[in-house]
Design a protein around this ligand. Structure first.
Ligand code: EPZ
Length: 436
């Protein structure tokens, strides 16, 4: 089993550039199935979900190869509509294949997508939109099967809520449909505008992406071309480095990333007592190790441009040692704060009730072995370890979750000065025993 170990106490110093955004790369890799020409995605991190996406592309008959840090996809002539169960179950991002497979193969079969266990994650909006475009949906308990008879047709569709995934699914489906699709109540996250920029560079005609109303003029059944695309930086990774500086103290500059994309999180850090310097395409976080952060906060995670749900556990890690009790409510996911148990094991007064996380504040944290419940919760436990001041070590087990979204979180923090390393238990120990 993979783990990350961290011993707090060191202030962080230096600068760091976030990798390409996971939540852009995953839909972009699925979108390449709509392209008749090769596509290049620049500086893609080797995340577990990226590896799963490459396996998935290969399984349906397409493929991509690394060229240094870039990924170059190969257009496929023959595409299968079936996503293997193990790959669907390995990541939520498998849902992005529904629309491209339906477009290319004429059918799509997707065993229910996996990913972080953040509470119920239905795909009814994806399916309602695709049905409105003419797809036939047979959803069984464990698998969704879609078919189309003829080309999908453009439609005027209002999303019941601004789902990021459903907005992407419908945007992808509309690119090669016949006629104009208008999506109302669409999600506005920067990754949606980034996916639209990629699709437009491939010849799609999308306007309004990044606003609640998106219009797509379909090609009427023609595939798109290819392009070379520099993916948006990962704003959640950027927030992770900013939170690390806030917890450990010191000064960290995040480069090649607009502070606008994580403005709500930076506002939170500023309100907690960190010094935040915002430039056009970089920002710095400074905190004196001797000053206490301010707690007493009521935070609400919401759709963009609100405080991103993926940053809510990171904000919690910042508030553990702050002066005064705080509460964080997650408006998107019912079980966002499974990391509360790990925080408590480190000595924090922390517990969650449904969507609410309660933090007593002023925690004197100590080392312990805890388990990453999910991607961001796991990253938050690693960050909490930076705030342990008694020289003891925090070991976060099940760190494979963390590698779904950060290629090397321990290495990133170490390069900024943290005493942090990644390792593996079980298999290594097992191998040694076998050798003996
Ligand atoms: C994306 O998930 C991200 N995942 C998540 O990142 C992120 O937390 C989330 O958007 C919100 O920003 C990927 O891009 C792979 P949603 P997604 O559809 O698309 C409900 C991370 O750590 N809903 O916007 O699944 C749903 O249950 C991850 O990087 C429906 O009810 O998010 C949830 O409560 C975790 N029906 C809410 O909407 C639907 O058909 C928001 O989900 C679709 C969604």
């Amino acid at each position: 089993m993979e783990y990350i170990e961290v011993t707090g106490g060191n202030p962080l110093r230096g600068s760091i550039r976030p990798a390409a955004a996971k939540n852009s790369v995953l839909p972009l890799l699925a979108a390449t199935l709509l392209c008749a020409q090769p596509c290049t995605l620049r500086r893609v991190p080797l995340l577990r979900d990226v590896q799963t996406s490459l396996d998935l592309l290969r399984a349906v008959g397409s493929g991509a190869a690394w060229a240094g840090q870039d990924l170059v996809t190969q257009p496929a002539r023959q595409i299968s509509g079936r996503v293997p169960t193990a790959l669907a179950g390995a990541m939520r991002g498998s849902v992005f294949y529904l629309a491209p497979l339906l477009t290319r193969a004429g059918w799509a079969e997707l065993p229910l997508p996996g990913g972080c266990r953040l509470g119920p994650r239905p795909i009814d909006i994806h399916l309602a939109g695709l049905t409105a475009m003419g797809a036939q949906v047979c959803a069984a308990a464990e698998c969704v099967v879609l078919r189309r008879h003829g080309v999908l047709r453009g439609t005027d569709f209002a999303l019941r809520l601004p789902s990021v995934g459903a907005t992407l699914t419908l945007m992808l489906a509309a690119c090669c449909a016949a006629g104009v699709t208008t999506l109302r109540g669409a999600a506005c996250e920067p990754e949606i505008a980034d996916t639209a920029a990629f699709l437009n560079a491939c010849g799609a005609k999308i306007t309004g992406a990044g606003t609640p109303v998106v219009c797509i003029r379909g090609t009427g059944g023609e595939l798109l071309d290819g392009c070379v695309h520099t993916v948006l930086p990962d704003r959640i990774a950027a927030a992770t480095y900013a939170a690390a500086a806030a917890i450990a103290g010191g000064r960290v500059t995040v480069t090649q990333c607009s502070p606008v994309w994580l403005a709500a999180f930076l506002d939170f850090l500023q309100g907690s007592g960190c010094e935040v310097a915002r430039g056009e395409n970089e920002f710095s976080i400074t905190r004196d190790q001797d000053t206490k952060l301010r707690g007493g906060q009521e935070l609400v995670a919401a759709a963009y441009p609100g405080l991103a749900t993926d940053t809510a556990p990171l904000a919690a890690a910042v508030l553990l040692g702050a002066e005064g009790a705080s509460r964080i409510y997650d408006g998107l996911f019912q079980n966002r704060f499974a990391c509360a148990q790990g925080f408590a094991a480190l000595g924090a007064d922390a517990h969650s009730e449904g969507r609410l996380l309660y933090l007593g504040g002023s925690a004197k944290l100590h080392g312990a072995t805890v388990t990453a419940p999910d991607l961001r919760g796991g990253a938050a436990l690693v960050l909490a370890g930076l705030g342990v001041g008694d020289g003891s070590c925090v070991r976060v087990l099940d760190a494979g979750h963390i590698r779904r979204g950060y290629a090397d979180l321990a290495g990133d923090l170490r390069r900024l000065g943290a005493d942090c390393r990644a390792g593996r238990t079980g298999t290594e120990a097992g191998r040694q025993t076998k050798k003996l």
